[in-house]
Design a protein around this ligand. Sequence first.
Ligand code: NI
Ligand code: MN
Length: 231
Amino acid sequence: MGQITWHGHACTEIRTGDGTRLLIDPFLTDNPMADVGPEHFTDELDHLLLTHGHFDHVGDAWEILRETGAQLIATFEIVAYAGDHEGVENAHPLHIGGGYQFPFGRAQLTPALHGGQVAGENAGPYSTFPAGFLLELNDGTTIYHAGDTALIKDMELLEGRVDVALLPIGDNFTMGPADAVRAVEMIDPDTVVPIHYDTMEVIEQDPEGWARDVGDRAEVVVLEPGGSHDY
Ligand code: NI
Ligand code: MN
């Protein structure tokens, strides 16, 4: 089957059961939690997914995309910025609620309630809606990466569809631990991995305590940066 590796903050690497290598939100160089740098991702990378345009998600994306030739999957506005100003030609734009059948499976953008700035030296006029990703992989597993978001009722629409959910628990910039437990109730995934915490002081949390709060609602997998979950 496949493997999910957390590189700190929201950065998540997925090796699908059919050998496709996906990377979501590669905030590495300036991320004190990151276990690897952008050089870790060489020409093996197939797709790079961005949930939104904030610096702690775009991170090293432009460099990795230029180095690897991997395909960018993101909102129309992020893809437009990447093409106009960052030399990224291989890209597939999506928008909220829309999905597309890629070689590895279907990727759909889900709503997220958050900020829309795009980080980049020439990003002045570019903004976007933030999103999450619902990845219905050909290997039979469905993964939901929520991106940065508040708790939103829209999560109920995912109920019963998600095998593994990656949910922010950091509070301050996204939903915090209590709302993330409510998200688990609404989505009802088999497995949940907490993300977007401990990177900076204002989002310090206790993931083990959160796992106890989730209780038997789902299997909670608390990863160290660089740690993996096999599914
Ligand atoms: Ni953000
Ligand atoms: Mn963030």
